[in-house]
Write a protein that binds this ligand. Structure first.
Ligand SMILES: Nc1ncnc2c1ncn2[C@@H]1O[C@H](COP(=O)(O)OP(=O)(O)OP(=O)(O)O)[C@@H](O)[C@H]1O
Length: 251
């Protein structure tokens, strides 16, 4: 298995409060890694470390290393803007820009200097196809993205990330605001996307973790208690605390 992320002794502090403690984790390339654990255990905080989104939070201090394909992303020489194009992110609540479907997707490439209409058209079509949205919107690309359903908006946000040709897509509870049908579509999409991208997904749903992920890491109070193949975590966890959590005894 090729390694995408290698996390080494990662610690994160919000002021005095240590939110992540001595994390070590390997995330395989072209795999889906689910992060599970009770509320407040640090899953989202950890996810944000993977594209340095925590840099934007005041009072947040990080020690340790995270290597993305052998490059330490916390190295002073790291170009953070470039990092965030390589490591895209999709949030809990779909957040399309208040502009047309087309412009939502073309926004990132345009910021990178792509001006040629034909090339932009190709990027928009390819990204929407990869996000399994093209057929639903191909006749209204210039309509506002805000008129799409929640599930369509979330796939648009995934298409927007894809347009940047990322290596990784981070997803922070991407279906928690969606109905079961829209959720099923996103889950199917994740299965498709992992052929091309590495996906790290925070989820509160154990069913979702077992349906979509190859590997799972169980977080508790800022630590990773256990990580393994998802099948193993859900059938033969090694740690009693993992077993208690997945069997619904707490959390
Ligand atoms: N911006 C912040 N400033 C200070 N403390 C924070 C900040 N964000 C998160 N925390 C704290 O860090 C800890 C971990 O929070 P985090 O949101 O990462 O947990 P989580 O596992 O993702 O929770 P949930 O499942 O409820 O989303 C919590 O104690 C939280 O209060």
């Amino acid at each position: 298995m090729e390694t995408c992320f290698e996390v080494k002794d990662l610690n994160l502090y919000y002021g005095e409060n240590q939110a992540l403690k001595h994390l070590n984790l390997t995330i395989g390339r072209n795999r889906v890694m689910a992060l599970i654990g009770p509320s407040g255990c640090g899953k989202s905080t950890f996810l944000r470390c993977l594209n340095r989104m925590n840099d934007l939070i005041e009072n947040c201090r990080i020690t340790g290393e995270i290597h993305l394909l052998e490059q330490n992303i916390y190295d002073q020489k790291m170009n953070v803007v470039q990092l965030r194009t390589k490591v895209g992110m999709v949030f809990q609540k779909p957040n399309p820009f208040p502009m047309s479907i087309y412009d939502n997707i073309a926004y990132g490439p345009r910021c990178q200097g792509v001006k040629e209409k034909k090339l932009l058209n190709q990027i928009v079509e390819r990204s929407l196809k990869s996000a399994a949205l093209y057929e639903e919107v191909k006749d209204r690309l210039h309509d506002s993205a805000m008129a799409l359903s929640g599930g369509q908006q979330q796939r648009l946000c995934i298409a927007r990330a894809i347009a940047m040709e990322p290596e990784v897509i981070l997803m922070d509870e991407p279906t928690s605001a969606l109905d079961p049908i829209a959720t099923a579509k996103i889950e199917e999409l994740i299965e498709q996307l992992k052929k091309t991208y590495t996906i790290v997904i925070v989820t509160h749903s154990m069913q979702q973790a077992s349906r979509v992920s190859d590997d799972t890491a169980f977080f508790l109070l800022g630590e990773i208690v256990e990580t393994d193949k998802t099948l193993t975590i859900f059938s033969k966890p090694k740690d009693k605390r993992t077993e208690d959590y997945i069997s619904g005894r707490f959390g």
